[in-house]
Design a protein around this ligand. Structure first.
Ligand code: NAD
Length: 256
């Protein structure tokens, strides 16, 4: 039986290791028949990402540090040459300095604020611009956000402002690219213990509180986020753009 994403080329940015949300998405996409094109950030990640890619049929591994325009352009050029068409872009990238993910938000430095915005929000715009040139048959873009974009989660601090910017960028991309039948959406995931999440002080407390207060009395897994991304990036989601889809066991509906 053909999968929901059979014949698709999916560019997935943000697999660092087996715990990455992007890896959960890659596995769901591969199960549904997509060819996964994985990027890695620097030589340090190459071996791990290559090993993981080996578990997916016909995958490709390419470098891309999103702070470097030349690497984004090289990625676009290599994909144009080796793959031709891209159907889906997954942006699962964020970074802020550890000292800006604890303590008082009011102490955030100018550099720390700008760095978080550049890597965690502007990178979506840059990656979408590069990928959209290859989306010649329409396409889907999905980014990963967190509910701290709208509500205060102590310690999430500077990353919360980046997520607010990321969600707004997603909406503007949906508007710009819609006439080319390219959709842009975000998944707002519940807390998951990944390398990036561990940098946020008190992440373990978030997971614990979701377990107590979310309607489903738990947080979510990488696999559940991956399956939601299949919906958004396959024909099932063809009428959906500019949305933030909460995959958070329902936590965000709670007022008390
Ligand atoms: N884990 C959670 O609780 C959670 C919840 C909601 C949203 N998110 C978001 O999901 C996304 C993925 O995070 P994750 O939790 O899977 O952690 P992760 O550490 O596995 O992934 C983060 C990725 O960002 C990449 N990255 C950072 N700087 C980069 C750069 N300059 N160039 C290219 N790549 C760069 C890293 O290489 C890594 O692959 C992030 O946007 C994160 O904010 C995470």
């Amino acid at each position: 039986m053909a999968g929901l994403m059979a014949g698709q080329n999916a560019l997935i940015m943000g697999v660092a290791n087996r715990w990455s949300i992007a890896w959960g998405i890659a596995r769901s996409f591969a199960r549904e028949g997509a060819r996964c094109l994985l990027t890695y950030q620097g030589e340090r990640q190459l071996d791990t990402v290559t090993e993981l890619a080996g578990e997916l049929p016909h995958s490709l591994v390419l470098p891309c540090d999103v702070t470097k325009d030349e690497e984004l352009e090289a990625l676009r050029a290599t994909l144009a040459e080796q793959v031709g068409r891209v159907d889906t872009l997954v942006h699962s990238i964020a970074f802020a300095r550890t000292e800006d993910l604890r303590g008082a938000f009011v102490d955030t430095s100018r550099d720390g604020f700008l760095l978080a915005q550049e890597v965690s929000a502007f990178s979506l715009v840059a990656a979408a611009r590069a990928a959209a040139t290859l989306m010649t048959n329409g396409g889907a873009i999905v980014t990963l956000t967190f509910a701290a974009s709208e509500r205060v989660f102590p310690n999430y601090n500077v990353m919360a402002t980046a997520k607010a910017s990321l969600e707004s960028s997603m909406r503007y991309l949906a508007h710009d690219l819609g006439p080319r039948n390219i959709r842009a959406n975000a998944i707002s995931a519940g807390p998951i213990k990944t390398a990036s999440a561990r940098a946020v002080a008190g992440l373990g407390d978030f997971v614990k509180v979701y377990g107590e207060k979310a309607p489903l009395r738990r947080t979510v897994s990488q696999e559940e986020v991956g399956d939601a991304a299949v919906f958004l990036c396959s024909a099932l989601g063809r009428g959906v753009t500019g949305q933030v889809l909460y995959v958070d066991a329902g936590y965000h509906i709670m007022g008390f």
